[in-house]
Design a protein around this ligand. Structure first.
Ligand SMILES: NC(=O)c1ccc[n+]([C@@H]2O[C@H](COP(=O)([O-])OP(=O)(O)OC[C@H]3O[C@@H](n4cnc5c(N)ncnc54)[C@H](OP(=O)(O)O)[C@@H]3O)[C@@H](O)[C@H]2O)c1
Length: 271
């Protein structure tokens, strides 16, 4: 199997580096192309840096389009004449629908949404497929995606909320714990960086505990917040005050997601 990676920015570079470092593919079977050539100076050893996007696409079985939505239509239009019925196009963008993409390329298409946690091989990567994709194509693609974490298949209409839960979530988690640590620091002389490390290690361990022991959030709260105790004072505050914030968070992000999709559609439909 050969793969083409078009767009060597944040996502294209991450995918290239992870797959090149894995045993699933030889680095020499990875063809990358980017608009500005400077970015290709540091591709992993053995990976082929192509002169143009057609070279990256024409001999590849799976072609990853790792460009921003504004560039997606022109990139797909440029490579489409070099693709065949066997070509499998993978778009990294959640806002451009299969309907829009298939107006330019009518073959096999997937959408893939990785998370920044791919950097530590723990992405919960979302994937959805159009009707032309066969079981073997899915296995091939998911084998590549598993080099940087788990793969979760969702229907296209759930990719938006799914992205909130895995792709946006590292940002939500980081901002929530940033606020928590800022409050904690007001009440202690423990150095700031130590406060952050203590909370982060406890956060990761709590997640591991829940996953390994199959515990719910309620199980953890009940286990730690004994009736009439100190922790219960804190968990009560969270359950009383925090739902307003989280409801607002999803209202705002989903609204923004809708606007982004409308804008992406306009960009994609422009002549
Ligand atoms: N970043 C994330 O966490 C994340 C997560 C999930 C999904 N995504 C999606 O992944 C896609 C890529 O995002 P990104 O963060 O990787 O963007 P990025 O860092 O801006 O990278 C995009 C790359 O595409 C290149 N490019 C643009 N037009 C091109 C063309 N005609 N031919 C060849 N290369 C071209 C750009 O080249 P130049 O160097 O010339 O600008 C740039 O290197 C987006 O659709 C985004 O929505 C991103």
């Amino acid at each position: 199997m050969r793969i083409g990676i078009i767009g060597y920015g944040s996502m294209g570079r991450m995918i290239t580096e992870k797959i090149a470092a894995s045993v699933v593919l030889n680095a020499g079977d990875i063809f990358v192309a980017n608009r500005s050539k400077e970015k290709l100076q540091n591709v992993p050893e053995g990976v082929i840096a192509c002169e143009n996007i057609i070279d990256a696409a024409k001999n590849s079985d799976i072609i990853f389009l790792c460009v921003r939505p504004v560039d997606l239509k022109s990139v797909l239009s440029e490579i489409a004449p070099s693709l065949s019925a066997k070509s499998f196009v993978v778009s990294l963008n959640g806002s451009i629908t299969f309907d829009m993409l298939s107006k330019v390329f009518s073959g096999k298409i997937a959408k893939v949404i990785p998370s920044v946690t791919a950097e530590v091989d723990r992405s919960q990567t979302l994937v959805c497929y159009n009707d032309s994709v066969e079981e073997k194509d899915k296995q091939d693609l998911e084998g590549l995606l598993r080099t940087f974490g788990n793969v979760i298949e969702l229907p296209e209409n759930e990719i938006g909320m799914g992205s909130e839960l895995v792709s946006c979530m590292p940002g939500f988690i980081a901002s929530i714990f940033d606020v928590l640590c800022t409050s904690a620091k007001k009440h202690t002389s423990i150095p700031d960086d130590q406060v952050v490390k203590m909370v982060l290690q406890t956060m990761c361990a709590t997640g591991d505990l829940m996953l390994s022991k199959d515990m719910s959030f309620e199980d953890v709260v009940t286990r730690v917040a004994t009736k009439g105790g100190i922790t219960e004072e804190g968990t009560k505050v969270v359950y009383e005050g925090f739902p307003n914030t989280t409801d607002l968070l999803f209202e705002k992000t989903l609204e923004k997601r809708k606007l982004t999709a409308e804008k992406a559609k306009e960009t994609f439909e422009e002549e």
